[in-house]
Design a binder for this molecule. Structure first.
Ligand SMILES: Cc1cc2nc3c(=O)[nH]c(=O)nc-3n(C[C@H](O)[C@H](O)[C@H](O)COP(=O)(O)OP(=O)(O)OC[C@H]3O[C@@H](n4cnc5c(N)ncnc54)[C@H](O)[C@@H]3O)c2cc1C
Length: 112
Protein backbone atom coordinates (compact mmCIF):
# COMPACT_ATOMS: atom_id res chain seq x y z
CA UNK A 1 0.00 0.00 0.00
CA UNK A 2 2.83 2.38 0.87
CA UNK A 3 4.62 1.67 -2.41
CA UNK A 4 1.42 2.23 -4.40
CA UNK A 5 0.92 5.47 -2.48
CA UNK A 6 4.51 6.60 -3.21
CA UNK A 7 4.05 5.91 -6.93
CA UNK A 8 0.76 7.84 -6.84
CA UNK A 9 2.65 10.81 -5.32
CA UNK A 10 4.63 11.11 -8.55
CA UNK A 11 7.69 9.05 -7.60
CA UNK A 12 8.91 7.08 -10.57
CA UNK A 13 9.03 3.29 -10.55
CA UNK A 14 12.83 3.28 -10.56
CA UNK A 15 13.07 4.96 -7.15
CA UNK A 16 10.69 2.35 -5.70
CA UNK A 17 12.45 -0.61 -7.28
CA UNK A 18 13.35 -2.24 -3.95
CA UNK A 19 9.77 -2.10 -2.67
CA UNK A 20 8.29 -3.30 -5.97
CA UNK A 21 10.68 -6.27 -6.19
CA UNK A 22 10.18 -7.01 -2.48
CA UNK A 23 6.39 -7.02 -2.88
CA UNK A 24 6.68 -9.49 -5.76
CA UNK A 25 8.63 -11.85 -3.48
CA UNK A 26 6.36 -11.38 -0.45
CA UNK A 27 2.99 -11.49 -2.27
CA UNK A 28 3.79 -14.92 -3.75
CA UNK A 29 4.99 -16.19 -0.36
CA UNK A 30 2.04 -14.82 1.64
CA UNK A 31 -0.46 -16.17 -0.90
CA UNK A 32 1.27 -19.57 -0.90
CA UNK A 33 1.38 -19.77 2.92
CA UNK A 34 -2.28 -18.79 3.33
CA UNK A 35 -3.51 -21.29 0.72
CA UNK A 36 -1.29 -24.01 2.17
CA UNK A 37 -2.81 -23.49 5.64
CA UNK A 38 -6.35 -23.30 4.25
CA UNK A 39 -5.84 -26.62 2.40
CA UNK A 40 -4.42 -28.24 5.52
CA UNK A 41 -7.28 -26.94 7.64
CA UNK A 42 -9.85 -28.45 5.24
CA UNK A 43 -8.13 -31.84 5.27
CA UNK A 44 -8.95 -34.13 2.32
CA UNK A 45 -11.73 -31.77 1.20
CA UNK A 46 -9.06 -29.08 0.73
CA UNK A 47 -7.22 -31.09 -1.93
CA UNK A 48 -10.39 -32.25 -3.69
CA UNK A 49 -12.01 -30.75 -6.79
CA UNK A 50 -14.90 -29.68 -4.58
CA UNK A 51 -12.85 -26.72 -3.32
CA UNK A 52 -10.95 -24.00 -5.27
CA UNK A 53 -7.90 -24.32 -3.01
CA UNK A 54 -5.90 -26.73 -5.19
CA UNK A 55 -6.21 -24.33 -8.11
CA UNK A 56 -5.25 -21.42 -5.82
CA UNK A 57 -2.19 -23.36 -4.62
CA UNK A 58 -1.02 -23.78 -8.23
CA UNK A 59 -1.67 -20.06 -8.80
CA UNK A 60 0.54 -19.26 -5.78
CA UNK A 61 3.38 -21.21 -7.43
CA UNK A 62 2.75 -19.31 -10.68
CA UNK A 63 2.94 -16.00 -8.79
CA UNK A 64 6.54 -16.86 -7.92
CA UNK A 65 7.34 -17.15 -11.65
CA UNK A 66 5.17 -14.62 -13.48
CA UNK A 67 6.75 -11.20 -14.02
CA UNK A 68 10.14 -12.78 -13.20
CA UNK A 69 11.06 -15.55 -10.80
CA UNK A 70 11.41 -14.88 -7.05
CA UNK A 71 15.20 -15.38 -7.24
CA UNK A 72 15.52 -12.50 -9.73
CA UNK A 73 13.46 -10.16 -7.53
CA UNK A 74 15.56 -11.09 -4.50
CA UNK A 75 18.72 -10.35 -6.51
CA UNK A 76 17.23 -6.97 -7.54
CA UNK A 77 16.59 -6.07 -3.88
CA UNK A 78 20.08 -7.19 -2.84
CA UNK A 79 21.90 -5.42 -5.72
CA UNK A 80 19.92 -2.18 -5.29
CA UNK A 81 20.53 -2.09 -1.54
CA UNK A 82 24.22 -3.02 -1.76
CA UNK A 83 24.85 -0.27 -4.35
CA UNK A 84 24.92 2.24 -1.46
CA UNK A 85 27.48 0.29 0.58
CA UNK A 86 31.20 -0.35 0.27
CA UNK A 87 32.82 -3.55 1.52
CA UNK A 88 34.77 -3.20 4.76
CA UNK A 89 38.54 -3.07 4.39
CA UNK A 90 40.26 -6.30 5.35
CA UNK A 91 38.98 -9.83 5.73
CA UNK A 92 36.35 -9.32 8.45
CA UNK A 93 33.30 -7.02 8.71
CA UNK A 94 33.76 -3.61 10.38
CA UNK A 95 31.70 -4.77 13.40
CA UNK A 96 34.05 -7.73 14.05
CA UNK A 97 34.56 -7.77 17.81
CA UNK A 98 38.25 -8.78 17.99
CA UNK A 99 39.75 -5.71 16.18
CA UNK A 100 37.19 -3.44 17.88
CA UNK A 101 38.21 -4.78 21.30
CA UNK A 102 41.91 -4.33 20.43
CA UNK A 103 41.29 -0.76 19.25
CA UNK A 104 39.36 0.03 22.45
CA UNK A 105 42.17 -1.45 24.57
CA UNK A 106 44.76 0.69 22.73
CA UNK A 107 42.64 3.82 23.07
CA UNK A 108 41.97 3.46 26.80
CA UNK A 109 45.23 1.75 27.81
CA UNK A 110 46.60 3.24 31.02
CA UNK A 111 43.52 5.43 31.64
CA UNK A 112 41.93 3.12 34.21
C1 LIG B 1 0.82 -17.11 -15.32
C2 LIG B 1 1.92 -16.45 -16.09
C3 LIG B 1 1.64 -15.25 -16.72
C4 LIG B 1 2.65 -14.61 -17.46
N1 LIG B 1 2.34 -13.45 -18.07
C5 LIG B 1 3.25 -12.83 -18.82
C6 LIG B 1 2.94 -11.63 -19.52
O1 LIG B 1 1.84 -11.10 -19.43
N2 LIG B 1 3.90 -11.05 -20.29
C7 LIG B 1 5.14 -11.58 -20.40
O2 LIG B 1 5.97 -11.00 -21.12
N3 LIG B 1 5.46 -12.72 -19.77
C8 LIG B 1 4.56 -13.37 -18.99
N4 LIG B 1 4.90 -14.54 -18.33
C9 LIG B 1 6.25 -15.07 -18.49
C10 LIG B 1 7.08 -14.82 -17.24
O3 LIG B 1 7.50 -13.47 -17.20
C11 LIG B 1 8.28 -15.79 -17.29
O4 LIG B 1 7.79 -17.11 -17.20
C12 LIG B 1 9.22 -15.49 -16.12
O5 LIG B 1 9.91 -14.28 -16.31
C13 LIG B 1 10.24 -16.61 -15.95
O6 LIG B 1 10.93 -16.86 -17.15
P1 LIG B 1 11.06 -18.33 -17.70
O7 LIG B 1 9.72 -18.99 -17.71
O8 LIG B 1 11.85 -18.25 -18.94
O9 LIG B 1 11.90 -19.10 -16.59
P2 LIG B 1 13.46 -19.02 -16.36
O10 LIG B 1 13.95 -17.62 -16.49
O11 LIG B 1 14.13 -20.08 -17.17
O12 LIG B 1 13.51 -19.40 -14.82
C14 LIG B 1 13.38 -20.76 -14.37
C15 LIG B 1 13.90 -20.83 -12.97
O13 LIG B 1 15.30 -20.60 -13.02
C16 LIG B 1 15.71 -19.86 -11.87
N5 LIG B 1 16.32 -18.58 -12.29
C17 LIG B 1 16.10 -17.89 -13.43
N6 LIG B 1 16.82 -16.76 -13.46
C18 LIG B 1 17.53 -16.74 -12.30
C19 LIG B 1 18.46 -15.84 -11.73
N7 LIG B 1 18.82 -14.71 -12.37
N8 LIG B 1 18.95 -16.11 -10.51
C20 LIG B 1 18.59 -17.25 -9.86
N9 LIG B 1 17.72 -18.15 -10.36
C21 LIG B 1 17.19 -17.89 -11.55
C22 LIG B 1 14.52 -19.66 -11.01
O14 LIG B 1 14.40 -20.67 -10.06
C23 LIG B 1 13.37 -19.77 -12.00
O15 LIG B 1 12.17 -20.09 -11.33
C24 LIG B 1 3.94 -15.19 -17.57
C25 LIG B 1 4.22 -16.39 -16.89
C26 LIG B 1 3.22 -17.02 -16.17
C27 LIG B 1 3.54 -18.32 -15.44
Amino acid sequence: MQTAWLIDQGHDYKSNQISIAGIKVMAAKVFHDIVQRAIHMHGALGVSDEMPLGHMWLYAVMMGIMDGPTEVHKATVAKTMLKNYKPAAGLFPSAHLIPRTQAARQKYEGQY
